[in-house]
Design a protein around this ligand. Sequence first.
Ligand code: FMN
Length: 184
Amino acid sequence: MASILLVYGTSEGQTERVAHHLAGVFTGHGHTVDLVHGERLPEGLDTAEYDAVVVGDPIHLGRHHGYVRAFVERHRETLNDGYSAFFQLSLSAASDDPEHVAAAEALATEFLDATGWHPDHVASFAGALAYSQYGLLKRVLMRRIARKEGGDTDTSRDYEYTDWDAVTAFAEAIAADLPKLRQT
Ligand SMILES: Cc1cc2nc3c(=O)[nH]c(=O)nc-3n(C[C@H](O)[C@H](O)[C@H](O)COP(=O)(O)O)c2cc1C
């Protein structure tokens, strides 16, 4: 049994849903998971105490949340010394245009380069459009972004593009590595 710290950033909740899904797969394999919002990190959190650290964050206006970036920068050394994984959510990853999908992956690579973090696994997942949660300005902005990405523009409902099988496969790939870590 391994101990896993799962830290996530979220604005509208889709990354939190993905984090819960990952945690469910890990606990299903008998591992323990501390699931923590990146803005509510416990004081004195020591990432070195965990066998694995998984971090997730969505793209908002081409950027990651500052608090997730700060977490990664603060713990870069232990993340790089230990076993870690990163996942990102975005609308671009849901696009039918391979260039937009590649652009989303490039944002993940840029984030990792900028923070100096070298995770063992990286994944880029499609997120969601939560029109019902957006205020007027955000709704207009997101409709514009959705139009550009070939996404849904009817703001009277929400849309989820996340491929849950891909999320499960990411979790299973990590879970498959964990028993090996305990032997080293
Ligand atoms: C204000 C705003 C800006 C966004 N900007 C981008 C963007 O620049 N590129 C992109 O691919 N997706 C963008 N998205 C889509 C989000 O990445 C997607 O909705 C994701 O599921 C949000 O995750 P969360 O619900 O955990 O906050 C944006 C979403 C919002 C609400």
